[in-house]
Design a protein around this ligand. Sequence first.
Ligand SMILES: [Zn+2]
Ligand SMILES: [Zn+2]
Ligand SMILES: [Zn+2]
Length: 383
Amino acid sequence: MDRTHLLSDQDEVHSGPSCPGESYADPNTVPGDHGATAPPADLMPVVPGYESLGPNVIPPSDFGSAQPQAPYRAPERRFDIPAISEELAQEAFTKYVSSKCCYGSKPAREMVFTDLQSLNTYRYRLETFTESRTTEWDSEPYNGQVVDGFGVAPGPWSIPVPIPSLFKDCEKAVRVPHTSTVKGCHSCLNLGRSACGRCVNSGRTRCGSCSGTGWTQSSDRQRCMMCRGSGMIKCHSCGGVGSITCKTCKGQGKLLCFIKLKVTWKNNIHVAVIDKRSGFPVEYLDQIAGEKLLTDMASMVYPVVGFPDSSVNAASESAVREHQAQFSTTCHILQQRQTIELIPITRVHYTWNEKTYIYFVYGIEHKVYTKDYPAKCCCCSIL
Ligand SMILES: [Zn+2]
Ligand SMILES: [Zn+2]
Ligand SMILES: [Zn+2]
């Protein structure tokens, strides 16, 4: 494991999504500002139970397999809703047309309804909230902290880390107890200082005022006042000393190394829209709120059975199966939630000027979608 890798991993932890886990109230929580890196892995001791550290997630073998609860039986009621009234359909349409700068209002005013069809559309959503864990060596400057490298380190999955909040992505890093050890700093070879890169240890750099010549560039050619003619000035980076405090050990020359446990919580979402192939583009529904018909939450949900529309049952069945296959071996599934929403869609057929047209009124907000409005000006038809 190289140094850059460790650095980038640390950055991820400390600049991750903001969540309560970053408050580091727990004394075991890894502080975020030490900026140290751990020595190369081959210099580190082998801790029983932590033989292979790295980016791969640790299978949650410590858990008994959770049993799904009893099948979720949908209530015995029909979720059919009638098509909206002609009055409402026309009102929504008129509002929509007036919001378009180059739609003429005539068809919306003069149209004659021929049919209004209700197209119940269901949105099924499965959320699987998972926790995964990885481990790696980390370090901080050693200045006399307690070293707890005695005793048996608890397994990666037996360290309790409280969940900040359900169904929200979050990350947290904690120190694994009984893994700390003191090592010399590999960056500065225990010196606490490293060579100044700017002056290459000399403590002096070329004078910028005279470009190192010792003389001014003007025609009268005088001795440079900045460097008193020497062409060199004191290095700003190290103050003329030639070395700087080691960033890894903050000048201590020693590091407290420990195994860091990284815990990642993720809400994995699967959405299925069961549409009626009505010609309505389902992607328009992404931003639309539906009416919640069912919410079922458990540590492991069972697919919905008995919902009046069997496509919803099938969508639930395949989503639950898919998430189980995807997450149960690599993550600990903490909680699942499935919801079914009803999104009302009405397809409106109307005639105007002896021709037939269609538009859709959708969502509880009564939004309108149409692609064949008869009175667009030419710029719209090009677009
Ligand atoms: Zn100079
Ligand atoms: Zn320097
Ligand atoms: Zn150092």
